[in-house]
Design a protein around this ligand. Structure first.
Ligand SMILES: Cc1cc2nc3c(=O)[nH]c(=O)nc-3n(C[C@H](O)[C@H](O)[C@H](O)COP(=O)(O)O)c2cc1C
Length: 387
C-alpha cells in the first residue's frame, strides 16, 4: 500500500482549562490545564485530536509524493500510521472516502488557510438562544458593566478645527430609502408575499440584466458588483408564505429569472427548517421567505486560483447582494434582514450541497413588517416606527 499526507492540514495546539478541586483548594488556587494538538483539514468535517507521534508523522510524510507504507512502518509505529489513516489525515492510494475527499480538495484551487477557516467555522444544530444562555451572554443594560466601554463609534484623525467639511448632496429618493432601511425583526406572520414582490426583489439583487461574453468567457451583468465579474453567489429560497408558491426549497435561475423547485414541504416542515437555518432566531424564522446565499466557489476560483484574496472576495460579494435586497425590499414598502448566525451544515444537508463547492455565507430575507414592534429594531430616525 502507498500513502501520502492529505493535501492541507492545519495543526493547532489548544489549551483546555478545567476545575480540579485539589488544585483549586491548594496554596495557589488554579485551574488544571491540558495542552492538546488538533488537526483541522478542509476535506474533513470534524477536527481530529492528535498525539505527539501523530504530529511528527504528519510532518514526515509528503502530501504530493506517495510513500511505501511498509517503508514508513520501519521508522514510525504502525499504530500511529493506522490512527492517521482512520482519521483521514494520511490517505491510501487504493480507495476510501477520505482519499476521495482529499482528491476532490486537490482540484478545487482553494487557498489552504481559507479552506480550513471556511470548513471549520460552520455551524450545525446550533440554537443561538440556548447557546447565549449557556455562555452567559449578556444583553441590554448589563453589557457595559460586563464588557466595559466599547471603542468609539467613529474615528477622529484630526482636531475638529482642521476638518474639511463636506456637502451632503440634495436630499434624494436614495436618501429616503436608506433612512427607511431598518433590519426587520417583526414580520407580519399573517401576510404572504406576492410573486410580483418576490420577483422584483430577486431581479434587482440577483437577476442578470443581460448575459454576454468577455474574451470568450460567458458573464452576466447584474445590478451588484462582483469580484472578477464572476457572480458566484447562488440564491436558494426557503419559502413559507408566498402566494402561488408551495412552501419548500427553490433555486433562483438568474438568466431565466425563474425559480427551479427543489423540494416541496408542509408549512410545519418549512417553519422548522426556517428556525434551524437561522440558528433558532425566532424573529427571522417568522419571515415569509429566507434567501440563502451560497457561493459557488469554483466560479471565482476558476480565475483566482489558490489566491490570498479570493475567499474574502466571495464573502464581500454576498454583502453587496444583501444591501441590494434591503433596498429593493424597502422601496416596495417591504422589510429585510440578514444574518450570519446560521447553521450552514443544516442548510447544506437540506439543499444537498458540499460546503467546499457551494458554501453558505449568510441568510437574508424579506417580507411585510408587522404592526407591532415586539422585537427590537434599530430605528433612531423613526423612519419606520413612529416615536
Ligand atoms: C453581516 C451581518 C450579520 C448580521 N447578523 C445578525 C444576526 O445574527 N441577528 C440579528 O438579529 N441581526 C443581525 N444583523 C443585523 C444587524 O444587527 C443590524 O444591521 C444592526 O443592528 C443595525 O441595524 P440596521 O440594519 O437596522 O441599521 C446582521 C447584519 C449584518 C450586516
Amino acid at each position: 500500500m502507498r500513502l501520502r499526507r492529505c493535501q492541507t492540514v492545519l495543526i493547532e495546539p489548544r489549551e483546555h482549562k478545567e476545575i480540579d478541586l485539589e488544585l483549586l483548594l491548594g496554596a495557589t488556587p488554579r485551574l488544571a490545564s491540558t495542552l492538546r494538538w488538533f488537526a483541522l483539514a478542509p476535506h474533513l468535517e470534524q477536527e481530529q485530536p492528535l498525539d505527539g507521534a501523530e504530529v511528527a508523522l504528519l510532518g514526515a510524510v509528503s502530501p504530493s509524493d506517495w510513500s511505501d507504507a511498509a517503508e514508513l512502518a520501519r521508522t514510525h509505529a504502525p499504530a500511529t500510521i493506522e490512527n492517521l489513516l482512520a482519521k483521514g489525515l494520511l490517505v491510501a492510494d487504493d480507495a476510501g472516502a477520505h482519499a476521495a475527499a482529499d482528491r476532490a480538495a486537490r482540484t478545487r484551487h482553494w487557498r489552504p488557510l481559507a479552506a480550513v477557516a471556511h470548513r471549520h467555522l460552520r455551524w450545525r444544530g446550533v440554537d443561538t438562544e440556548i447557546e447565549n444562555a449557556r455562555l452567559g451572554e449578556i444583553s441590554g443594560g448589563a453589557v457595559l458593566d460586563h464588557l466595559g466601554p466599547p471603542p468609539p463609534p467613529a474615528l477622529d484623525c484630526a482636531a475638529p478645527e482642521r476638518r474639511l467639511g463636506l456637502p451632503r448632496g440634495n436630499a434624494s429618493a436614495l436618501d429616503a430609502l436608506l433612512d427607511r432601511r431598518v433590519t426587520c425583526r417583526n414580520f407580519d406572520t399573517a401576510r404572504a408575499l406576492s410573486l410580483a414582490e418576490v420577483g422584483a426583489v430577486l431581479y434587482r439583487a440577483f437577476g442578470a440584466r443581460t448575459a454576454t461574453e468577455v474574451t470568450g468567457v460567458a458573464v452576466l451583468k447584474k445590478g451588484v458588483p462582483s469580484a472578477g465579474g464572476l457572480h458566484p453567489t447562488e440564491a436558494y429560497l426557503l419559502v413559507q408564505r408566498v402566494d402561488g408558491l408551495a412552501p419548500g426549497l427553490y433555486h433562483y435561475q438568474p438568466v431565466a429569472h425563474a425559480l427551479d423547485p427543489l423540494r416541496e414541504m408542509s408549512a410545519e416542515e418549512a417553519a422548522e427548517h426556517a428556525r434551524r437555518f437561522v440558528a433558532g432566531q425566532p424573529w427571522f424564522a417568522r419571515a415569509p421567505l429566507q434567501l440563502i446565499m451560497a457561493s459557488r466557489f469554483e466560479r471565482n476560483f476558476w480565475k483566482y486560483r489558490n489566491h490570498a484574496k479570493a475567499y474574502r472576495a466571495t464573502i464581500l460579494d454576498a454583502g453587496h447582494l444583501s444591501q441590494t435586497v434591503y433596498l429593493a425590499a424597502t422601496e416596495l414598502e417591504l422589510a429585510a434582514f440578514i444574518t450570519a448566525a446560521v447553521n450552514e451544515g443544516d442548510i447544506e444537508d437540506a439543499l444537498g450541497l458540499d460546503p467546499m463547492e457551494q458554501g453558505v455565507l449568510a441568510v437574508s430575507g424579506f417580507g411585510h413588517r408587522g404592526a407591532l414592534r415586539e422585537e427590537v429594531e434599530f430605528d433612531p430616525l423613526n423612519a419606520v416606527w413612529p416615536a
